[in-house]
Design a protein around this ligand. Sequence first.
Ligand SMILES: Nc1nc2c(ncn2[C@@H]2O[C@H](COP(=O)(O)OP(=O)(O)OP(=O)(O)O)[C@@H](O)[C@H]2O)c(=O)[nH]1
Ligand SMILES: [Mg+2]
Length: 414
Amino acid sequence: MPNMLFASQRSALADARQDRRVKPAMRVKSITGTTISQCLLQAKIELGSDAVILSKRTVRKGGFFGLGAKNMIEVTFGVTDDTAQSDANAGYIQKLETQIATLSTSVQALIDSSGKRKGNDYPPVGAVEPDGMTGDLVSRRGRGKAAEAPSDPYAGLSRQLLEADIAAPLVRQLISEIPPGLTTATATSELRTLLSQKLLIANRVEIQPGGKLRVLAFVGTTGVGKTTTIAKLAAQYSLVERRKVGVITMDTQRIAAAQQLQTYGDILRVPVKIAHDKSEMVTQLSEFARQGMELVLLDTAGRSPNDMLPLSETADLFDGVGVVQKFLAVPATLSPRDMDNVVGRFYNTLAPDALILTKLDEATDSACFGKLLTMQAKYGIPLAYVTTGQKVPDDIAFPDSHAIAARILSTAIL
Ligand SMILES: Nc1nc2c(ncn2[C@@H]2O[C@H](COP(=O)(O)OP(=O)(O)OP(=O)(O)O)[C@@H](O)[C@H]2O)c(=O)[nH]1
Ligand SMILES: [Mg+2]
């Protein structure tokens, strides 16, 4: 919520003053500048970020006997002095917040309907935005009304996409790509095709007998299913496809981590090695290569997206080790904002080659695929696998773009 409030909040201020619990202990100051943002900045410096705008007018300043005077903006700000009043002011603040929320919705609707906001103010699907941090693309449910222009001929479809947690700008882009004048059924079918084309699906990992060693590293935040996914893939490739598979764990941080993989390794009859640092990892990889392994799965310790040092340590492991493909495991249950934070931070530090959407079975509805599509539009990382439960080796699948597109457009619970 912005701290600076508009003059239209004066009625709320008046209401609040009538509320006997709120004492009108307010410091008032007028600030003159060439732009409103200049005045806001100055007010923030002088009065703090709780200052509210009480009034605004244009004044003539400077010049000599009226000659050469310039139009300036004079903004009058107010700020309550007594911080001890915060409890009493809670109701007042709540009123203002409600007004601001309503105001932002109306302003957004106005912008949309006046066509000032063009469809290209966000990157196209497949494009990569380098900053990787939370941005306009991150959707929030409930912003649907604002994103949906009144003249939108496919308002119902827009709503469905927003409900599926696809970010509002991306929804507008998708809807704009549907030819006008179609029946709802045809438009839905067009949209389904469009969604399946926009989804980025990674090439399947094909292990050729006697081929070059493939190394897949699994990275992500803690407890997202990296090790379990490795066990599922080890089982798939060694038991079903009969390929020579080895596992290396770099997760020496958690006491039970290596033991967890070793247990899987024993059951699956897959060799498991432990590497404490990059040079050990390289040595183990060379040894596996010498032994004729065709696939090595590399486990790493879970990393917080907000702790840059450990995250960059993981990134360093693969720096210059060209053979490694990095798979980022992301739980489907994350909020759009958290998913953006995780994918953005990992994208910036270690540039994953593919995503694994884990714990689909724990996600409440198809919205996880909307979040995925939004992430892909922003970072351009293809999806390699989805995991759907704890069972090794069954609960893993290759994604199908047509099935996902249909899921996005259905309101069915998974
Ligand atoms: N419901 C559900 N649980 C899963 C899935 N994948 C893994 N799990 C469970 O999630 C928990 C954590 O799984 P791990 O594979 O140990 O996760 P990790 O990412 O290796 O965790 P750290 O090594 O601690 O960072 C375990 O209880 C798994 O059984 C899935 O697709 N669905
Ligand atoms: Mg693990």
